[in-house]
Design a protein around this ligand. Structure first.
Ligand code: ATP
Length: 577
């Protein structure tokens, strides 16, 4: 396939913001794509050359990319940098430089998708001495054969900006549309993706074998499964009304891990499907000792535990285990326990489709109790009083609350459903849960904060239907000095408001929507200056928002959704009534 076909479609997607139109443009592109190319194309549209859990970034820094542009176009690197300062977008700068290039275009080879993929793949896997020059050469080779609009997309892929135009969900819908699929086949495709986290593979199965095979996709050890998530309800009565007799599980405030084992090899993934195996030598040892299976995928919450005083330690302590350095030392200083709470796959069998009670029973049979790995503590409850009593017991133990689980529900891969319902302590506030929001901009600091650059944050929740971020709060309190410094270092400034952000307020500096923070607030109130729920409620905002955590374990698309905020707002009004 010629890469020009990709760039033509991309140019079309830039002219619209309608998700439906973007989907059908991509579907048109997929129709023209041969089976041999579909995997490559899906990866490139996600800005990767391997599924993201492989942890391999294309990894070419901007400076190197600028050198390639300069080498290809004959502009000096200074000229490239000057233009980049003006546009704030390296892919636009590349396009400009390519347009100004005087060289004859007659001698060019047409770029194929395969060639682009291969060179990017090589760039991502080259390391060691001489690799810098090699990377520059590989990129220059692509650019010198590219039309300006092709060069722009290549650069968007390299700088990780390709996916700001459309999210994975849109690619899946487009795959479905390109094969004239139905609503059901769309759900099957989503499920296959959530089970394997590998869109390239799923697309290849679809193109090779069709929807029937997609239905048969099951979990594969070492490919992370996207987690089932918990819904909220206002109180114990509503939970019992919804589920009837159910099980209440202690809710541990640590971080979620997914453990994969096959033929004595073990890998551990985070909630956002990153490999974290090397961080937990202590848990790896424990899995070897305590898990009796040839092949298994199970989930649990890791939490630090003070063995001497027999108490759970706060999240702020537990999270310090998620570091790449001094792993052994940390594992001794801050021992973890893993509370296993669900079974997803066992010895060739897909457990996600089985009822909760069956999964739990098997989990109990497979995990031998020991020091490190425990089963989550739980109790069957029939009435709201029983649930409340158990909830209070959990709080007394220093836990966050409980999660009520539907006895007959399957594991709801990648989705927030009422199969699990959380009940958390609500402190003094009217809303019973925190909000996870993505930072979309910041305000300059005043006084002591001036020197740090960042003073306040503009944060947004996620409208997953339209793939847009909508603002909900300006955050000015709750930061420590270290956090402000961290923001100054890690927020990525932009020249303009990104297209996937809807905002009435203007930030001093817009940033790439990349970083998620947890916010505690007193209540959700109506507000016409925020775009969250603007259509439904004329705008919703958080009252007295304060930062409680930076959530590097969450992707921006894992932010609380606009729909959830509307539900929480309505739940809160009921509570007051
Ligand atoms: P998310 O639901 O998006 O994970 P969150 O991180 O804010 O959001 P909550 O929604 O409050 O967490 O609670 C769900 C999380 O609780 C799970 O993702 C899991 O990490 C954790 N958890 C702790 N104990 C359990 C348990 N017994 N069963 C299931 N999940 C548990």
């Amino acid at each position: 396939m010629l890469f020009q076909e990709v760039s033509d479609s991309f140019e079309k997607t830039k002219k619209t913001t309608s998700r439906l139109e973007i989907t059908s443009i991509l579907a048109g592109l997929f129709k023209k794509t041969k089976t041999a190319d579909i995997k490559r194309l899906c990866y490139l549209l996600q800005g990767v050359v391997q599924p993201s859990f492989a942890g391999i970034e294309i990894g070419m820094g901007e400076k190197l990319a600028e050198r390639s542009v300069s080498l290809t176009t004959g502009q000096t690197q200074k000229e490239v940098e000057e233009d980049y300062k003006k546009t704030g977008d390296l892919s636009k700068t590349t396009r400009n430089a390519m347009q100004k290039r005087k060289q004859s275009s007659l001698t060019k080879d047409d770029l194929t998708l395969e060639k682009v993929f291969d060179n990017l793949y090589k760039i991502s896997t080259t390391s060691g001495s001489g690799s810098v020059e090699m990377k520059i050469k590989l990129l220059s080779e692509l650019l010198s054969n590219a039309r300006p609009e092709e060069a722009e997309i290549i650069m968007k892929i390299i700088t990780g900006k390709i996916s700001s135009g459309f999210a994975e969900q849109t690619i899946i819908s487009a795959l479905n549309e390109s094969r004239e699929g139905s609503k059901e086949s769309q759900e099957e495709l989503e499920r296959a993706y959530y089970l394997t986290s590998d869109l390239g593979d799923v697309a290849e199965v679809l193109f090779n074998k069709g929807f029937e095979e997609i239905k048969k996709v099951k979990p594969v050890p070492f490919k992370p499964i996207m987690p089932a998530l918990a819904e909220r309800l206002a109180n114990a009565e509503e939970i019992i009304k919804k589920l009837g007799e159910c099980v209440a599980d202690y809710k541990y405030d640590g971080f979620r891990l997914q453990v994969h084992l096959k033929n004595n090899e073990i890998q551990i993934f985070s909630r956002r499907q990153e490999r974290m195996t090397h961080m937990f030598p202590d848990l790896i040892e424990a899995v070897k000792k305590q898990v009796k299976a040839k092949e298994i995928i199970f989930e649990g919450e890791a939490i630090s535990f003070d063995e001497k005083n027999q108490t759970f330690l706060p999240f702020q302590v537990t999270i310090t285990r998620k570091r790449k350095h001094e792993v052994e030392k940390r594992s001794k200083a801050i021992p973890l326990r893993l509370y296993a709470f669900d079974l997803l796959y066992l010895d060739g069998e897909d457990y996600t489709k089985k009822k909760y009670v069956e999964r739990r029973k098997k989990l109990e049979e497979t995990i031998k109790e020991g020091d490190k790995i425990h089963l989550s503590t739980q109790k069957m409850v029939k009435t709201a009083e029983e649930l409340d009593r158990y909830f209070n017991e959990a709080l007394k133990k220093g836990l966050e609350g409980v999660i009520a689980k539907d006895l007959n529900a399957p594991y709801t891969v990648g989705a927030r459903k009422f199969a699990w319902i959380k009940l958390k302590k609500s402190y003094e506030s009217k809303i019973a849960d925190t909000i996870d929001a993505t930072i979309v901009g910041y305000y300059y600091g005043k006084g002591k904060r001036t020197k740090l650059g960042v003073g306040g944050l503009l944060t947004a929740v996620y409208d997953n239907k339209n793939e847009k971020f909508k603002t909900i709060a300006k955050l000015g309190t709750g930061f420590s000095e270290e956090q402000l410094e961290w923001f100054s270092k890690n927020l990525k400034p932009l020249k303009e408001k990104p297209e996937n952000v809807e905002s009435i307020l203007k930030a001093n500096v817009w940033v790439e929507p990349l970083i998620v923070v947890t916010i505690k607030a007193d209540e959700i109130t109506k507000s016409t200056i925020h775009t969250c729920a603007f259509k439904e409620e004329q705008g919703l905002a958080l009252r007295f928002p304060r930062l409680t955590q930076i959530r590097t374990d969450k992707k921006p698309s894992d932010s609380t959704t606009e729909k959830e905020v509307i539900e929480m707002f309505r739940m809160q009004s009921e509570k007051q009534a």
